[in-house]
Design a protein around this ligand. Structure first.
Ligand code: DX5
Ligand code: ZN
Length: 215
């Protein structure tokens, strides 16, 4: 299993210590949650923080933009050192244009779906995507309860990816732990995002290892 710990649950007063642990861990990415207080009812952090994290983090940055008009920030995010730019389908009026612009900027393009957004809306874009991020909680906060309907959506997305020969990876975000992680793996998920499960633990490296071992 690929693992992308979410920095949202880290200690913001001592980010460098938590990032050092991520560097030493088996994590495959570092997940960064940007919130604008408009698309979601919360504000997290923005580009100066991503830039600072990028300077010390050895893992590729998997950036999840919970913001309106994400297309305005493609170049800015590229300059911050992001590897993957995830935009919400619900925030993009011209999704095809935005995905093309992300690729032109040299990043991998991910499209994120809220829990109530059906997988079928990806039919006409799936072949162009590097990743689909399925939200298994309503975005905006860490530490929420996993929405079980996500399992069905992962299976539907796996079928769509196989049918279209898309190379897109399936990433799931929200309420992930060793139990929900197993169900997601069985359903066909490739990447697990985990905030609370990893950073609110005494042993960050062990929690990442447990998720990593899920097959
Ligand atoms: C929620 C964020 C998540 C969050 C997950 O809006 O997108 O990445 O950090 O946190 P947990 O794993 O605690 O549910
Ligand atoms: Zn996220």
């Amino acid at each position: 299993m690929l693992v992308s710990p979410s920095l949202l649950s880290a200690n913001f007063a001592n980010l460098s210590s938590d990032i050092e642990k991520i560097n030493q861990s088996e994590a495959d990415y570092l997940h960064l949650d940007v919130m604008d207080g408009v698309f979601v009812p919360n504000i997290s952090f923005g580009f100066p923080v991503i830039e600072a994290v990028s300077e010390i983090c050895k893992k590729p940055l998997d950036v999840h933009l919970m913001i309106v008009e994400p297309q305005k920030w493609i170049e800015r995010l590229k300059d911050c050192g992001a590897e993957i730019m995830n935009v919400h389908l619900e925030a993009c009026l011209h999704l095809d244009r935005t995905v093309n612009a992300i690729h032109e900027a040299g990043m991998k393009a991910g499209v994120t779906l809220n829990p109530a957004t059906p997988v079928s809306l990806l039919e006409d874009i799936i072949e162009q995507l590097d990743l689909v991020l399925l939200m298994s909680v309503n975005p905006g906060f860490g530490g929420q309860k996993f929405i079980q309907n996500t399992i069905k959506k992962v299976k539907e997305l796996r079928n769509l990816i196989e049918k279209t020969n898309s190379k897109a990876l399936i990433e799931v975000d929200g309420g992930v732990n060793e139990n929900t992680g197993k169900l997601l793996a069985e359903a066909g998920a490739d990447i697990l995002v985990a905030g609370n499960y990893v950073f609110k633990s005494e042993n960050i490296l062990e929690r990442i290892h447990i998720l990593k071992m899920i097959s």
